[in-house]
Design a protein around this ligand. Structure first.
Ligand code: ZN
Length: 83
């Protein structure tokens, strides 16, 4: 399990829309995966980062590359842990 982030950035939309996008994303992740949400801005751009626990990149059992896989390791069938 590694720390990952998703960046929401906008110069044209309002903070409310940006915050809603980040909130929707965080809601889909679920409370056990969200680490924190941070934001930053300059004169014209707002940025919101959602920090979360990402999926492991390699199967802990066989080492197969899990990027692009969802529930199980396609190589050995091991469930991908989201803890
Ligand atoms: Zn595997």
């Amino acid at each position: 399990m590694r720390v990952a982030y998703k960046k929401f950035e906008s110069t044209f939309r309002s903070w409310d829309k940006l915050a809603l996008e980040a909130a929707d994303f965080a809601t889909r992740l679920g409370r056990e995966r969200v680490i924190s949400i941070s934001h930053s801005s300059d004169q014209s751009t707002g940025v919101i980062f959602v920090w979360y626990w990402g999926k492991p990149e390699a199967c802990y059992q066989c080492g197969y590359d899990l990027r692009g896989s969802e529930e199980r390791c396609p190589e050995c069938g091991q469930a991908i842990r989201n803890e």
